[in-house]
Design a protein around this ligand. Structure first.
Ligand code: 5AD
Ligand code: FES
Length: 357
């Protein structure tokens, strides 16, 4: 067997090698992080790109067992931001030279919802003279809907696979036709067919999840040949069914550390993709996202959701920045990013090198 340092120089990794990286401790863990940072700087460079995140509605037709805004959580007050509010947030992003925005919501598939998103895309494009890049994160839809939204101006789409192990996927979702693993895979393929740059990802530290699962998740991301990945720690939410399994979880710090190792390992496995520093990292460690930027991540998603809605978009507990307004968030972000030794890619879409290839 190769020694650890030799393994780090690989460009291909098998499951056994990935597990070794994910379980690294002490000196080896430091070497993994250093290597991931070096690969990032060499292949994608020092720039961090902003995606202004607008969580425009928490109305959801699905019931994922881990998610705080699941349909059955009656403690959530449901909201839909108005077009004016959404456009204001987009204008803020554009004027502050964020290259792009992410429109995220609960999953709905009504004709009304599909048309609403379509109209928003057109308005945002018009308002920003076509300059603002638009990413959607609105769940599983038909190929037809994806094509329509692509046509209307969205060019990236985020849809996490959550876990690439079909059995684990089944354990964290209701057992019905709205929550099938196969549909999720189909949706990812449809997004590619529709011409989107596709981002996916997983939750890390789920109950019933093994390190083999996580290594397989990384191999899945590679096999899917995605352009972008967002992944972060699973954080239990009191008003969800999965909360019953909280005793089986690793500590939050362990899940945080495992998430950093997943990001670093992914950077070695897929050197030229965009990797987001997930907000869930910040829910565990206040400088969690900046830490991710120093070990392989290159994308940050500042929250531009109107403040009054933020507390109703709690997918997990301790979600940060609940009462900061967008401007404040931006200033604190800049300072933190400089501390992490990175430069901000203002006014650029920041498409992944992988996609451009
Ligand atoms: N902990 C961490 N991440 C979560 N998400 C949803 N619920 C949780 C949770 N309890 C993530 C899912 C989803 C994304 C929008 O948020 O991965 O795809
Ligand atoms: Fe809304 Fe999972 S609970 S998509």
């Amino acid at each position: 067997m190769k020694n650890f340092i030799e393994t780090l120089q690989n460009t291909e990794f098998n499951q056994e090698e990935l597990i070794r990286l994910l379980l690294s401790e002490g000196e080896e863990r430091t070497q993994l992080f250093q290597r991931a940072q070096a690969v990032k700087l060499e292949i994608v460079g020092n720039k961090v790109f902003f995606r202004g995140l607008i969580e425009f509605s928490n109305i959801c037709s699905k019931d994922c067992l881990y998610c705080g805004i699941r349909k059955s959580n009656e403690k959530v007050i449901r909201y839909e931001a108005t077009d004016v509010e959404i456009l204001d947030a987009c204008r803020f992003a554009w004027q502050n030279r964020f290259g792009s925005v992410v429109l995220q919501s609960g999953e709905l598939s009504s004709p009304h919802f599909i048309q609403r998103v379509d109209g928003l895309l057109r308005k945002i494009k018009e308002m920003s003279k076509g300059e603002l890049g638009i990413t959607l994160s609105c769940g599983e839809q038909t190929l037809e809907t994806y094509c329509q939204w692509r046509e209307s101006g969205a060019h990236r789409y985020l849809l996490r696979i959550e876990s690439s192990n079909p059995e684990l996927y089944r354990k964290i979702h209701p057992d019905n036709d709205f929550h099938r693993f196969e549909n999720r895979i189909q949706a990812l393929n449809d997004l590619k067919t529709a011409g989107f740059q596709v981002g996916t990802g997983v939750m890390i530290g789920l109950p019933f999840q093994s390190v083999e699962d996580l290594a397989n998740d990384l191999l899945f991301l590679k096999r899917m040949d995605v352009d972008m990945v967002g992944m972060g720690p699973y954080i239990e939410h009191e008003n969800t069914p999965l909360y019953n399994f909280r005793k089986d979880l690793q500590s939050k710090m362990e899940r945080f550390d495992l998430s950093l190792k997943m990001i670093a390992t992914l950077r070695l496995l897929m050197p030229d993709i965009n990797i987001a520093a997930a907000t869930a990292l910040q829910a565990i460690d206040p400088s969690g996202r900046e830490k991710a930027l120093t070990i392989g991540a290159n994308i940050l998603m500042p929250n531009l959701t109107p403040c009054e809605y933020r507390k109703e978009y709690q997918l997990y507990e301790d979600k940060p920045c609940l009462d900061e307004d967008a401007e404040l968030c931006r200033n604190c972000l800049e300072a933190r990013i400089e501390l992490a030794g990175c430069e901000i890619g203002y006014g650029e879409w920041g498409d992944s090198k992988h996609y451009l290839k």
